[in-house]
Design a protein. Structure first.
Length: 492
């Protein structure tokens, strides 16, 4: 970035009377004076006054500070930040799809409906489910939709007393949050020292009040839950359903299917498993799949294939109603479809093993410097509990910030809560051996610095555009606008 001039705020580049374009006067018969006084500002907004070259250069330079999978390694555990192939963007940008209005009649949108239906079928095959809906906007939204399906199922059976969801103590934070939003109570089941669910602790938690058990497999520690069939049998015997959180589906693709394990409902994060962009809060997509017998509870509309081979929208009175505008984030779905079709059956079958291999390679290369929370063969991710040497005062947060100086995005920290200094690393299947070796070298160098030059790590980051901020002060007294800077007397 050109930091000689363009690292300043746009307000700092402002000069009185400077402008790039002049907008024409308001057109039509309307007049500002005709607006109600309650809709008018009492003073003009504080806006920067700059010329076009300054604006373009400022924001172009600023954009070079952004970090994503297109700029570097992003080992964010539990999030699967894999590379997003650009052919996916090209397919989603095809005019016949990108220019399609959501209200276009089914008779004039057969290609789009076929794409939607095809992705439904492919996800059903991959997940071992009967049918999928692609309508939810994101993973947590899909999670909520899946739990609503479970509630609708129990209500339809007159089993309204089932108001509780059992969740492992290693679960992602969205699990209890989604259950609460769905109006369900949450009961936690503890994990064994090996990171898997304590089946004996689960038994007394089951009963006529249990609506479902939510699980991720592999779990958030990256450990495969080998007793899923036994757990599923116990939950089903108690009258509950099994819910699969698809956050960690990546290592299972091409190897195992949640439906075959005994799960009744699942959601998939297309941005994690099928290489669509995370989007910085959106857009996303969280398809929900169900086993046979639960299809009627999926939200409206459903895309169906008619006997003559054409496609149509179906609305069921037993469905949840609508959970999104029409058919969800269609462009994101197209990107996932492109990814699946590009890899094909053979390519998809390599995803899980390669992700598992990469994670274990990094884990074993660092185990002499970082403390393993669970010392087992992992799947797609693993968790360190900080540095082995705790005497230096260097914490996981310090390690994460020092990694930024090496050009790598920090892994997930503070989660899962089973460990005090969690450092959750997921390399994914898309990174080269050279990239992994560079990351390993950086982590080892940070461990050396922590032992020999701890202050360097404690002061990190040293080379980023924004140096080490006071996290507590930023949270308690956020300064997020230029007006805030002016109020603090720090603006130029």
């Amino acid at each position: 970035m050109n930091r000689k001039f363009y690292d300043k705020l746009i307000f700092e580049l402002s000069r009185e009377g400077r402008k790039g374009y002049c907008l024409p006067s308001p057109c039509g018969s309307g007049n500002v004076s005709e607006l109600p006084a309650s809709l008018l500002r009492s003073s003009a907004p504080l806006l920067p006054q700059t010329d076009e070259p300054t604006v373009v250069r400022h924001y172009t330079n600023l954009s070079t500070n952004n970090f994503g999978v297109d700029t570097g390694f992003y080992p964010l555990g539990s999030c699967t930040m894999k590379y997003n192939p650009k052919i996916n963007e090209e397919m989603a940008s095809l005019p016949g799809m990108s220019a399609l209005h959501p209200a276009t009649p089914a008779s004039h949108s057969q290609g789009a409906l076929k794409a939607y239906w095809t992705l439904q079928q492919l996800l059903s095959e991959i997940g071992g489910m009967s049918e999928f809906t692609l309508n939810p906007f994101a993973g947590a939204h899909g999670e909520l939709t899946g739990l609503m399906v479970i509630r609708a199922y129990h209500d339809a059976n007159g089993d309204t007393a089932r108001d509780t969801v059992i969740i492992p103590d290693s679960a992602h934070g969205t699990n209890p949050a989604s259950a609460a939003v769905a109006g369900l109570k949450v009961v936690e089941v503890k994990s064994l020292p090996d990171g898997t669910v304590d089946v004996e602790a689960l038994r007394p938690l089951l009963g006529p009040h249990v609506a479902a058990m939510m699980m991720t497999n592999p779990n958030t520690l990256g450990i495969f839950e080998s007793r899923i069939p036994e757990i599923a049998a116990m939950v089903h015997e108690a009258g509950g359903l099994m819910y699969y959180d698809g956050a960690n589906l990546n290592p299972l693709v091409g190897v195992a299917r949640p439906g075959d394990m005994g799960f009744d409902v699942m959601h998939i994060n297309l941005h994690k498993t099928f290489a669509t962009p995370h989007g910085g809060g959106g857009p996303g997509s969280g398809p929900v799949g169900v086993r046979k017998g639960l299809e009627q509870f999926l939200p409206n509309p459903r895309v169906v294939r008619k006997p003559d081979g054409s496609f149509d929208l179906e609305y069921s009175p037993d469905a949840l109603g609508s959970v999104s505008a029409t058919l969800g984030n269609f462009a994101v779905q197209l990107k996932a479809l492109s990814y699946i079709l590009s890899l094909g059956r053979e390519g998809l079958a390599e995803v899980g093993p390669m992700a598992t291999l990469a994670a274990n390679y990094v884990k074993e290369s660092l185990r002499d410097k970082y403390l393993l929370g669970v010392d087992r063969v992992c799947k797609h991710e693993f968790v360190f509990d900080g540095l082995i040497d705790k005497s230096t005062g260097v914490t996981t947060l310090n390690v994460a910030k020092r990694l930024l100086d090496h050009g790598f995005h920090a892994p997930t920290i503070y989660f899962p809560l089973l460990f005090h200094e969690s450092l959750m690393i997921e390399p994914t299947e898309t990174e080269s051996i050279e990239t992994l070796d560079s990351f390993i070298a950086a982590m080892r160098e940070i461990a050396r610095e922590a032992a020999e030059e701890p202050q360097k790590v404690l002061d990190a980051p040293l080379d980023t555009p924004v140096r080490k901020p006071d996290d507590t002060a930023a949270a308690l007294n956020p300064v997020v606008t230029y007006m805030d800077l002016q109020a603090n007397g720090t603006a130029v």
